[in-house]
Design a protein around this ligand. Structure first.
Ligand code: BEZ
Length: 253
């Protein structure tokens, strides 16, 4: 998928703010080597580096890597698919915010994080969890079907806590903590819902002609109004899955 990095910053900058908050949980230490998996615009990679760690940002989007490298030329950014990470035992920690739900080859991503870590290295990650943006997707799916005659398919991987913890454990991690929680998220302005849909579901919308696209967006707004609009503000019904895990050592338990 092609990312419009400026639109992402203008409309969905809250994602970066939340990534920066998750850095507290990571607690980077001076001289640690940390992989920021799905670094996007590079702002959070910069926050990690400001704490004294050596940060490497990777992203599968050439637009994001180009934007991050231009904005933060002193940092190390690389183009890489999360399901095909090229690193071997070189990181103290892998950090990932709002990325792993885009990676439907979840087990490959987990194996790649495991390979990339030194023994005892940690993962701190947050992604969309089970039933994330459920009302939003239901409204969009109905509108897409009714107006355009197209079937909606969820493009994301939103695992439950137990499913993701089991996948980590099956691939050499010890899960230290995990949370699955609601995080209703206000969207910017009167076009907040349609901006979100346009940014994050381009594959469903880009193939529609202008009039149909407009009608799908209007129908989504009409049906989502009851569940996702409060006091004149649109909300996305986010549900987050946050995990902290360690690469298991080879010692005897
Ligand atoms: C999320 O952060 O949960 C999310 C963002 C964009 C699309 C889908 C989910």
């Amino acid at each position: 998928m092609q990312w419009n990095t400026q639109n992402y910053l203008d409309q969905h900058g809250f994602i970066i703010d939340r990534g920066q908050a998750l850095v507290d949980l990571l607690a980077p230490q001076a001289d640690e080597r940390i992989l920021d998996l799905g670094c996007g615009t590079g702002h959070v990679t910069q926050t990690i580096a400001e704490r004294g760690a050596m940060a490497v940002g990777v992203d599968a989007s050439p637009e994001m890597i180009s934007s991050a490298s231009t904005r933060f030329p002193h940092l190390d950014f690389r183009l890489a698919d999360a399901a095909e990470l090229p690193f071997e035992g070189e990181f103290d920690a892998v950090f990932s915010h709002a990325t792993l739900h885009w990676v439907t080859r979840a087990e490959e991503a987990i194996r790649g994080m495991h390979r990339a870590l030194k023994p005892g290295g940690r993962v701190v990650a947050e992604l969309g969890g089970w039933r994330n943006v459920e009302a939003l997707q239901a409204a969009f799916g109905q509108a897409l079907h009714k107006v355009a005659g197209h079937a909606y398919r969820c493009p994301w991987y939103f695992p439950s806590l137990s499913e993701y913890a089991a996948l980590l454990e099956a691939n050499g991690f010890v899960v230290r903590a995990a949370w699955h929680f609601d995080l209703a998220t206000p969207l910017n302005g009167k076009d907040g819902l349609r901006n979100w849909l346009t940014q994050f579901l381009p594959d469903h919308l880009a193939t529609l002609d202008e009039t149909i696209r407009e009608a799908v967006l209007a129908a989504t707004e009409a049906s989502a109004r009851v569940s996702l609009r409060r006091d004149g503000v649109w909300f996305a019904d986010y549900r987050r899955l946050r995990v902290m895990a360690e690469k298991a050592g080879s010692g005897v338990a």
